[in-house]
Write a protein that binds this ligand. Structure first.
Ligand SMILES: Nc1ncnc2c1ncn2[C@@H]1O[C@H](COP(=O)(O)OP(=O)(O)O)[C@@H](O)[C@H]1O
Ligand SMILES: [Mg+2]
Length: 326
């Protein structure tokens, strides 16, 4: 990388949702700690994969970065500006530079808008082009995502799930973003077209110089697209490393369990360990206990793990692990 300053640097990010009343009857105020102290960076042109089981806080992390949610604490430094500290009316340029691709290609497109309206909305808002030039731009985007000019005046219901996701991708790219938060962009698609969409995202990244935060619930989905991977567990990062390093030298017991559960034999993967089946319950993210959040399911947890939250520490060459047993 020529530019050494990361495009995005997230520091100790927290997002708590208030649950429970805390009203006049004195009900206790509780917080659901969806994201609880997450730190990572993404360099220019890089893809960081973010994986973990459903409910561990991946989408909330993405949504807090783009300020769909206000952070409870921490920093979101984007190209040198902490987005948690600026006023809403200063956000417009960043709403152009950071885009999101959503998981559900059915719910994320307005059914009453044509493809031209959907893709063109941001082009108009951000004054990128108008008139004939705008229309040509929309045709070009359709072409880039593997759709046709004829599709421009149709409505979302006329398309398959895969095609809708392509429309969502064209919408995100229409405003020439720097960073794209891809929130499980292939999870809802047929297995047969998942690889096509991932390959297309990779090609578009190269052509347009994009940086990706690529969220998935499964390690097998992020391996090929990610330069580095972060593994989340209950609102925290357990491990972050370069993809190959993570696959071949996972250190956190949770990452090892996830890797051992990948069902299809992967020729690239040297599986030294047998499948690890995790015992124990996933704790609630509401008022979670002290100590390591994984302790209740961890095969090697000690007393210390139940009392002291392990910090995410660099164990060498950018391989970060949050575990007392490492
Ligand atoms: N708007 C919200 N209000 C309250 N709780 C929420 C909200 N959004 C998400 N959560 C909770 O936060 C946790 C993390 O959710 P989410 O970020 O969607 O996880 P993931 O994307 O990893 O599946 C879950 O326990 C979820 O129920
Ligand atoms: Mg999610």
């Amino acid at each position: 990388m020529s530019n050494q300053t990361p495009l995005l640097e997230v520091k100790n990010l927290r997002k708590y949702f208030k649950v429970g009343s805390g009203g006049i009857l004195g009900g206790k105020k509780s917080y659901l700690k969806a994201v609880d102290g997450v730190s990572f960076h993404i360099n220019h042109g890089e893809t960081l994969g973010l994986v973990g089981e459903s409910g561990c806080g991946k989408s909330t992390t993405g949504r807090t970065i783009i300020r769909l949610y206000d952070a409870t604490g921490g920093e979101v430094n984007f190209d040198g500006t902490d987005l948690t500290q600026i006023h809403e009316n200063e956000m417009l340029p960043y709403r152009k530079r950071i885009q999101m691709i959503f998981q559900d290609p059915y719910a994320s497109l307005n059914p009453r808008m044509t493809v031209t309206d959907i893709i063109g909305e941001g082009i108009t808002t951000h004054k990128i082009s108008e008139g004939k030039e705008r229309q040509e731009r929309i045709f070009d985007l359709l072409n880039r995502v593997g759709l046709k000019r004829e599709h421009a005046n149709r409505y979302p219901h006329e398309f398959s799930g895969g095609q809708r996701q392509r429309i969502g991708i064209a919408r995100a790219l229409a405003v020439e973003p720097d960073l794209v938060v891809c929130d499980e962009p292939i999870s809802a698609l047929d297995v047969s077209i998942q690889a096509q969409v991932v390959n297309m995202l990779e090609d578009l990244q190269d052509e347009m110089g994009l940086t990706y935060l690529f969220i998935a619930h499964d390690l097998s989905m992020v391996k090929h697209i990610s330069d580095r991977i972060g593994v989340m567990y209950l609102g925290m990062l357990a491990e972050v490393a370069e993809s190959e390093e993570l696959y071949n030298h996972a250190q956190h017991p949770y990452t090892k369990a996830l890797l051992s559960a990948i069902p299809i034999p992967d020729p690239d993967l040297t599986r030294k360990n047998k499948r690890i089946v995790l015992q124990g319950d996933v704790p609630s993210p509401i008022d979670p206990p002290e100590g390591c959040r994984f302790a209740s399911r961890c095969p090697v947890a000690s007393e210390k793990c139940r009392q002291v939250t392990p910090e995410l520490i660099d164990r060498g060459a950018g391989h970060f692990v949050a575990c007392h047993s490492v």
